[in-house]
Design a protein around this ligand. Structure first.
Ligand code: ZN
Length: 435
């Protein structure tokens, strides 16, 4: 009898262990099922390491990628393929912002109840991205032979209309081991770089918040501003001007003076408040964070306040800041999937945003030329970033027009508005025609 009882206990223990194991498996299945289904060794989904199910569309229903048992079929137009490569993704899944990597479980069509039902019917599922393929093509062509990036998003809905990055690869071609540096990186989302004078909009936000009589002040530029025996210099002698003039002239002397007056703590707070030091979650993709250091020698801090010293800005977060100026303090956070819910973020006070808005409009009228941007009622700021002494500078241009906030950089392009302004204009004109 004792023997029997002993065996019953063992049986019960084994049964409990089985139930516990099954429970653990079901829990893991619920949590990780989509990853397992999309795992590259799953032969229902992959053939020799390449996905054979799922398709990717743009916002207008243009088919950008269709996977089937015969392979991966990208758009027939080579420029569209390259212009959308960083969002659609490559078949080797090297581009982490690409749908083939970031949204592969959506493409496989895994579902906890039905499993990979989509695969049984041979097609997987389709994902619809917020990007516009035609607008992306316009952006890619506008960059021409130069590297750089173009980001545009709807600051009311969060939809990313265009996130073009060069150099790009043609995803229809086999991966090239010696691709140019940056080929697999979507610079809009995953990079950070010296922003040049576009950063004056950040220093200006702090000054508008902290200095009560800013609008009554005058600034005097003699072409150089002395800090402890060293100089922050301007391209020319801007003379006497108010804060509107200081921004429209992009006067380094005026902004270095403001930066030192505000101090390191205020500057550190403002980059944090404006979302420049944190990462956005774009349907599961984390954007790169910017990095800043104002706690330095005074001369370095002076240069940092005008976007030249220790600043590294992530373009996407700067684009959201542009959206928040347009939205009088509040903007939608960016997304890439058409069925995403809109989340909003408040980055600055409405009265500060309104003043920035007025000054950015004045920049276009006074400096960049409104006739160069017909019908756009453009608000903008340019930047010319010096990366390596003696090399040609990177041209930046950021701002907004209507519902769209944008950021453009033409690497080694020369002067900000002259090189990057026309790129922004072409892309914004294409959007106003297409949407
Ligand atoms: Zn000046």
């Amino acid at each position: 009898m004792k023997k029997l009882e002993g065996r019953a206990v063992i049986c019960l223990a084994l049964a409990l262990a089985l139930v516990a194991g099954l429970g653990l498996f079901i829990t893991k299945l619920a949590i990780h099922g989509d990853e397992w289904a999309a795992f590259y060794a799953n032969s229902h989904v992959y053939d020799e390491g390449y996905m054979t199910v799922g398709s990717v569309y743009d916002r207008n229903g243009v088919l950008l990628l269709k996977n089937d048992e015969n392979g991966q079929h990208y758009h027939e137009n080579g420029t569209i393929r390259k212009a959308t490569a960083h969002i659609v993704g490559d078949r080797d899944q090297n581009i982490i912002t690409g749908a083939t990597y970031a949204f592969k479980s959506d493409m496989v069509g895994y579902n906890l109840i039905t499993g990979t039902k989509g695969i049984l019917f041979g097609s997987g599922r389709s994902v619809s991205m917020t990007i516009d393929a035609q607008v992306s093509k316009t952006a890619y062509e506008a960059l021409g032979s130069r590297n750089g990036f173009v980001g545009v998003y709807n600051w009311k809905t969060g939809e990313i209309i265009c996130a073009v990055s060069k150099p790009a690869l043609d995803p229809a071609q086999k991966a090239n081991a010696d691709s140019a540096t940056g080929t697999y990186i979507n610079k809009v989302i995953s990079s950070k770089a010296i922003p040049g004078s576009t950063f004056k909009l950040v220093t200006l936000a702090a000054a508008l918040k902290e200095i009560d009589d800013l609008n009554q002040r005058t600034f005097k530029c003699t072409g150089k501003y002395e800090i402890e025996g060293e100089y922050v210099t301007c391209q020319s002698v801007h003379g006497t001007m108010d804060i509107f003039g200081a921004l429209a002239n992009s006067c380094n002397c005026a902004f270095a003076e403001l930066t030192l007056e505000l101090g390191a703590d205020v500057m550190e707070d403002i980059v944090k408040d404006l979302g420049l030091t944190s990462s956005y979650n774009i349907d599961g993709i984390s954007s790169e964070k910017g990095s800043f250091d104002f706690d330095t020698a005074k001369i370095t801090m002076g240069w940092s306040g005008i976007g030249q010293g220790q600043d590294q800005v992530n373009p996407l977060s700067m684009m959201v800041y542009m959206g928040a100026i347009a939205g009088e303090g509040t903007a939608a956070e960016p997304n890439l999937l058409m069925d995403s819910k809109t989340k909003t973020t408040t980055l600055l006070d409405a009265d500060v945003a309104k003043q920035l808005k007025e000054m950015m409009r004045n920049n276009v009228i006074a400096t960049y030329g409104d006739r160069n941007y017909p019908g756009l009622e453009l608000h903008a700021k340019s930047g010319t970033a010096e990366n390596i002494k003696g090399e040609s500078t990177d041209a930046w241009f950021c701002g907004f027009s209507g519902d769209y906030a944008f950021i453009v950089c033409v690497e080694k392009g020369g002067y900000g508005s002259q090189a990057a302004g026309p790129v922004a204009n072409k892309v914004l004109q294409a959007i106003s025609k297409n949407n």
